[in-house]
Design a protein around this ligand. Sequence first.
Ligand SMILES: CC(C)(COP(=O)(O)OP(=O)(O)OC[C@H]1O[C@@H](n2cnc3c(N)ncnc32)[C@H](O)[C@@H]1OP(=O)(O)O)[C@@H](O)C(=O)NCCC(=O)NCCS
Length: 259
Amino acid sequence: MSVKTYVRRMPLSAERVELPNTLICARRNDDSYAGHSVAFEERGELRMKLAFIGFGELGHYLCDTLQEIHHVDEENRVYFDDNLHRDMAPRSFPFKEYANDEFKHHQFYICLGYRYLMIKQEIITRLTELGRSLPHFIHSSSYVHPTVKPGPASFLYPGCSIDRNTVIGRGTWIANGSVIAHDCTIGDACWFGASVTLSGKVTVGQNTFIGSGSTVSNSVRIGSGVIVGLATAVTKDIADGESVIGNPMRTLDRAIELI
Ligand SMILES: CC(C)(COP(=O)(O)OP(=O)(O)OC[C@H]1O[C@@H](n2cnc3c(N)ncnc32)[C@H](O)[C@@H]1OP(=O)(O)O)[C@@H](O)C(=O)NCCC(=O)NCCS
């Protein structure tokens, strides 16, 4: 079996609407609007191997979505999920075995929700050290300016708009209809709910959650490990580890519970 890298040209937004199944799954490693995916050749065809870390509701969603473009056979998918493994599901492995050498040619998708942002970041760091493939994912209905840098394992749900010079950290997931303006910098393993708006030049640290419908004013700095409750108007900086909510925004003396 030989391993190859192939390039899938990522279409600019104007072209995307005309293409069927243009969910984009690609690891971007240069400044062109193109991505790399790892594939291997079998019986003369290029195929890929996918690995899902955690396989609950998110994993199923992601897997179904990827199938629309990659058509990866069931035998080329593995799942690192203790529950599946306990139930003896085919090709399931204990959660902590994702770093094993036998999976080094898989593409990894980390399907952990917003309650596990720290763990997700640890996994990304480990897999990055090992040189594993961590493709990012941009739904075809999202507009992404060509200057945007989506980090490995980042994920854009449908209907987002990401404007010029914005950087999206590793493993950051941004839900439906969010609008990120120009020159924003978002750290690793953040989670944005649906319809979050960042105005221009906003910075966000790592492992930060921003609840659905929240709006952040220009040039605000949001720290790491922050929780912004739903529909919050963020008008001033937020320090690391704080929980805030409301309009006007107020800081809570305890963390918001994310259920
Ligand atoms: C709804 C939510 C605020 C509930 O938080 P909670 O910690 O379970 O419990 P509470 O209901 O006690 O709310 C926490 C505080 O926020 C305040 N609060 C709740 N909803 C509020 C609102 N809409 N506006 C202003 N303040 C609000 C409460 O008064 C409470 O304040 P206090 O601690 O001073 O009494 C929180 O779960 C949340 O924002 N979740 C994010 C939901 C989301 O965006 N999901 C997207 C997933 S993709």
